[in-house]
Each structure stands twice: as C-alpha cells, then as structure tokens.
Design a protein around this ligand. Structure first.
Ligand code: GLN
Length: 308
C-alpha cells in the first residue's frame, strides 16, 4: 500500500514494457483482426472512489473479444437461477486452449467454464432462450455501466468471425448433439460473434468493469448489477479460468482476477479498489496479450496488490 497511482507512473510502466513489442503475434484467425497495429499500448484504471487514470492508447477502441464472456455470464446471472446455469456449464479451469473441443467430447457436451468458447456459447444459448433481443440488451448494459452512449458492435469484425466460424460452429453442434444447446446454432453464433466484436477502449472497459471491484454495483449507479456473492463468484472464475491455460502462470505473476481477449485486451480487478484495463494486440502462445501481462505484472508489484 502507500504507492500512489498517477498518469506519469502509468506512462513509465508502458515505456518499460515497450521493448516487448515485437515478441508476440497479432491474432490472425480473421482478416479484420490481422490488420490491427501491433504497436498499440494503453492502460486505464477506474477506482471505486471515483478516480480515473489513463496512459498510452487508453482511449482508442479495439475488439474486446473474449472479455465479453464475463459480461454475457453476468447477464445470464440476471435471468437464470444459479443451478440452471451451473448444470449446463462448469466452474473449473480447462487447462486447454480457449477453442478446444477435446474435453467437450469426453465430458458429454458440458463445457468446463463460461470463459472458454464452448462455455460462452452455452451462455449465449441461454440468453437467446430468455431475452427477446440479446444484442440490444448487451449494448444497453455496457452503455449504462460505462456512461458512454455510442459503444457499438464492429460489423466488419462480426461478419469476419461468421465467415470463419467453422470451429465455433463445430463446438456448438457438438454440444447440441449432447442436448446442451437449445436454439438455432447460426442465431446464437451471430450473437456470440457480435459480443466478441464489441469495440471499446481501455478507459471504457475499466469504467464498465468497476462493478466487479465494488461488490456487484457500479459506484455511479444505485442499482446493483449482481449481488456481492455473485460478484465474488465471477471474480473467482476470472482468477481460475480467465487466462485459459496460463491462469496459473498469470496468478503467479500478477495475482488478480482477470479476463483476456484475442484483441489484446485484458481486464483485471483489485477487489474493493479498482478495475484495470490494458491493451496491446500482440499475443503470447495462449492468446493473451504479451505486453499487457507485463504491464499488469509491473503495476501490481509497484502497488503491492494481489488477491493471494
Ligand atoms: N472470437 C474469438 C473466438 O471465438 C474469441 C476468442 C478469444 O478472445 N480468446 O475464437
């Protein structure tokens, strides 16, 4: 404790990790992501007591990709009883790449957790069953939490995902064969791809995810998004499953609940204190932002923060 955050400190951390740029690879499974500038680097922090800090490319929007999996789970928590969710998706780390089909076959179509593709697809299937307009609902929630009214889907990225959807479609169809997928596959895939194609900046992400640092309630709103218990549960899932097969390594280096996306973003939570968002598009072999992790590692060491 004791170390004060300011924008100059964040700028200094970004400067320290800049030499890492060039060591990772921008996601290239769809053309719309392959053309992103790999040299981008930004960080934003929102605190529960109303402070906001930014450095580098913190105000530039990017594809949030799998970071959206946390938000779709939160929406599902609003519309389903606890048992209804967890009988269809597990709560354990998979130890496998995010788009793996391996365990799904062995484990009878029940995904290990909601933060791998299979789990997020089941969650999107649930939302399709109970919401009349799941895409519109997601935008409403994010716009409300962030306070930014023009956050939207990137239609080019969503389209590109759909044009290269073989693997996610295979995951959905396999789950359908086991009876764990109830709606039209193409419709649910479209929703899932749109969620992945949300365009947000670090600054907007930090503000949006602040409710997870504040027991389920965004400090700027009266009404809670989820209960304090649900907020702890989401943070626990992020800490164990948010960084895919590198969750253990990330816990070792950073020690915070976090969720990454292949757009190069990572959101991390310091419970009761702050939400942090970093962005650097070049990824490591697990699909996590290489420089982004290094930024979080340096930041938590300087601030002396860890949930462990
Ligand atoms: N759109 C990506 C996919 O479905 C999301 C994966 C990720 O961000 N890890 O494969």
């Amino acid at each position: 404790m004791g170390t004060v955050i300011d924008n100059a400190m964040l700028e200094a951390i970004l400067a320290e990790v800049t030499p890492l740029i060039g060591q990772g690879r921008v996601a290239d499974y769809i053309p719309a992501l392959a053309c992103v500038d790999g040299a981008k680097l930004g960080i934003a922090i929102s605190t529960v007591d109303g402070q906001h800090y930014c450095a580098g490319d913190a105000r530039e929007r990017f594809s949030i990709q799998s970071i959206s999996k946390v938000l779709s789970l939160v929406v599902a928590m609003n519309h389903y009883q606890e048992e209804e969710i967890w009988q269809r998706v597990g709560k354990d780390p998979s130890g496998q790449p995010f788009n793996s089909l391996l365990q799904l076959e062995i484990e009878q179509g029940k995904p290990r957790n909601p933060f791998i593709n299979a789990g997020a697809l089941v969650v999107c299937d649930m939302l399709q069953s109970r919401l009349s307009a799941p895409r519109q609902r997601m935008l409403e929630i994010i716009r409300k939490l962030s306070g930014v009214g023009d956050i939207a889907y990137d239609a080019v990225v969503a389209r590109s995902e759909f044009d290269h959807s073989a693997r996610n479609a295979a995951i959905a169809w396999l789950m359908k064969s086991f009876g764990n997928f109830h709606n039209d596959v193409a419709t649910v895939l479209q929703n899932y791809f749109h969620y992945c194609a949300l365009k947000m900046s670090c600054s907007e992400l930090a503000q949006t995810f602040l409710f997870l640092a504040n027991q389920g309630r965004s400090p700027r709103h009266e009404q809670a998004i989820i209960t304090p218990l649900q907020s702890r549960q989401v943070n626990a899932l992020m800490a164990t499953c948010g960084m895919y097969q590198n969750a253990g390594e990330f816990a070792w280096r950073v020690g915070l609940p976090a969720k990454s996306g292949v757009g190069g973003g990572i959101v991390a939570i310091v419970p009761h204190e702050m939400a942090i968002a970093v962005w650097s598009p070049q990824l490591d072999e697990a699909g996590n932002s290489l420089a982004g992790i290094a930024v979080l590692e340096r930041l938590t060491q300087r601030l002396g923060r860890s949930v462990f």
